[in-house]
Design a protein around this ligand. Structure first.
Ligand SMILES: Cc1ncc(COP(=O)(O)O)c(C=O)c1O
Length: 466
């Protein structure tokens, strides 16, 4: 029976038994913690490498996970940039439990239930500007595809049906739908999947170690890179361009901070040519910058914002798009009986997600968590920047409660050094995230100074030894 637990992906069957046996002895407490690792095809993971030496979490509370051995692991990444209020929040659990016992599901196509109306209304109290029309999805990827579709359909609704081009940015990450990978600029996420959407172009990214290394906050250099949008407009003609989408702070590519003046320039060029500006705030939304949204932090208001992750503290999948009221109004001109936007998901405004999100917003508000993040952010940034002297580090970028640490790649083995850091940090009870040779850190907003010190001490010990 135990053979079922064997990782089937590496070496011969005897090797596999040897690999998994200590794991079984040490960890298998109940059948739920006793999984056959084979069937789950893991996302964005080297499956065979992982299953040969798994890292399995069993529970979480506050700033810590516990793995299946009962070892406490400090969460340096808020799960995956989503558990902004920390783990194990009982009020969210209660709200979800009450909701499932009361109304497990109700459609939102031609039907409704109070949850999404209440949540949308509540969200408008913190959305920037007049981004008060809220469309619900179930993930960041769906939010992005929704925003891109709304942008194109908006122009069409206004009689501008030639505006179909979408402009993304090199190194951008906008999830994994075909829309998201088309406007996204990470080669590995695109190259396996055919021609993608047509009519897409990309701005240059803003990463430049020569000019911007060790950015503590926004770098001085690079606003001019937004002028490339003028070149793209000249090439395609403004009359063909629907929208520009960027992450205000790019996360998944390894933390790229917008240069001073860059987002402002994008905003003004978009205004000049009637192009919609979309901020993908899937990671920057809900307090990561010490403000509700990055749009508030940078004081640049886009036309549409995509969110997910922190909207429910990561507990129940949910995404959303915030659109300017004028965008929604453009759809509301035809006959009242006509469906205005042929788009949506079975689970748009799912009762459990709405309950989780409302309870999460209560926590953010009652505990003043966005302001708390703003207060501790300078300590966080100074602490991370103090690692500068470690020889394998070539850059540290910090803003809000975010840090990117770029390591010198081992020649011929890109990503290997950072992966080793991830494994060694995990063994020293710290969860970090890596992309290529960049470490990305984004702890829950409830982090205390002592925990920041602990993260930095662990990182120093691991990185100095690499
Ligand atoms: C900026 C950004 N957009 C979109 C996504 C996709 O979100 P999801 O994985 O929920 O589809 C992510 C995920 O990390 C993200 O960082």
């Amino acid at each position: 029976m135990n053979c079922l637990l064997v990782c089937p992906s590496q070496g011969g069957s005897e090797d596999r038994v040897l690999l998994i046996t200590p794991f079984i002895k040490a960890h298998l407490i109940s059948t739920t913690m006793n999984p056959n690792l084979n069937a789950f095809w893991m996302p964005f993971t080297a499956n065979r490498q992982f299953k040969a030496k798994p890292r399995l979490m069993a529970s979480a509370q506050g700033m810590y996970y516990k793995d299946v051995e009962g070892r406490e692991i400090l969460d340096g990444t808020a799960g995956l940039w989503c558990v902004n209020a920390g783990h194990g929040r009982s009020t969210i659990a209660e709200a979800v439990k009450n909701q499932i016992e009361t109304l497990d599901f109700a459609p939102t196509f031609q039907m409704g239930h109070p949850g999404p109306f209440e949540l949308a209304d509540r969200l408008t109290r913190i959305t920037p500007g007049d981004l008060n029309a809220i469309f619900f999805a179930n993930s960041g990827s769906e939010a992005v595809d929704t925003a891109l579709k709304i942008a194109i359909a908006y122009h069409r609704a206004k009689g501008d049906s030639t505006r179909t081009h979408l402009i993304g940015r090199e190194r951008g990450y906008h999830g994994t739908g075909f829309g998201g990978i088309s406007v996204g600029g990470i080669a590995t996420n695109r190259r396996g999947f055919g021609p993608l959407l047509s009519g897409v172009d990309h701005l240059p990214h803003t990463h430049n170690l020569e000019h911007n290394a060790y950015s503590h906050g926004q770098p001085e250099w690079g606003a001019h890179l937004a002028d490339d949008l003028e070149r793209i407009v000249t090439l395609h003609d403004a009359s063909t361009i629907a929208a520009v989408i960027v992450e205000p702070v790019a996360g998944s590519t390894g933390v790229l901070i917008p240069p001073k003046g860059y987002l402002e320039k994008l905003r003004s060029i978009c205004d000049k040519y009637g192009i919609l500006l979309i901020f993908d705030e899937v990671i920057t939304g809900f307090g990561r910058m010490g403000t509700p949204f990055a749009a508030d932090y940078f004081n640049v208001i886009p036309d549409l914002i995509c969110v997910a992750k922190g909207i429910t503290n990561g507990c129940v999948p949910m995404g959303a798009v915030f659109a300017k009221e004028s965008i929604r109004e453009a759809f509301m001109q035809g006959p009242e009986a006509a469906i205005e936007l042929f788009h949506g998901y079975t689970y748009s405004g799912h009762p459990l997600a709405c309950a989780a999100a409302l309870a999460t917003l209560d926590i953010y508000q009652n505990e003043n968590l966005f302001a708390k993040a703003a207060t501790i952010a300078p300590y966080w940034q100074d602490a991370l920047q103090s690692l500068k002297d470690i020889s394998c580090i070539i850059d540290i970028r910090t803003i809000g409660l975010i840090a990117g640490i770029e390591l010198e790649s081992i020649p011929g083995s890109p990503g290997a050094r950072a992966y080793k850091a991830l494994v060694n940090c995990f063994e020293q009870d710290l969860l970090i995230r890596t992309t290529g040779d960049i470490i990305a850190l984004s702890p829950p907003l409830i982090i205390e100074k002592e925990q920041i010190d602990r993260i930095v001490t662990r990182l120093r010990s691991v990185l100095s030894a690499l």
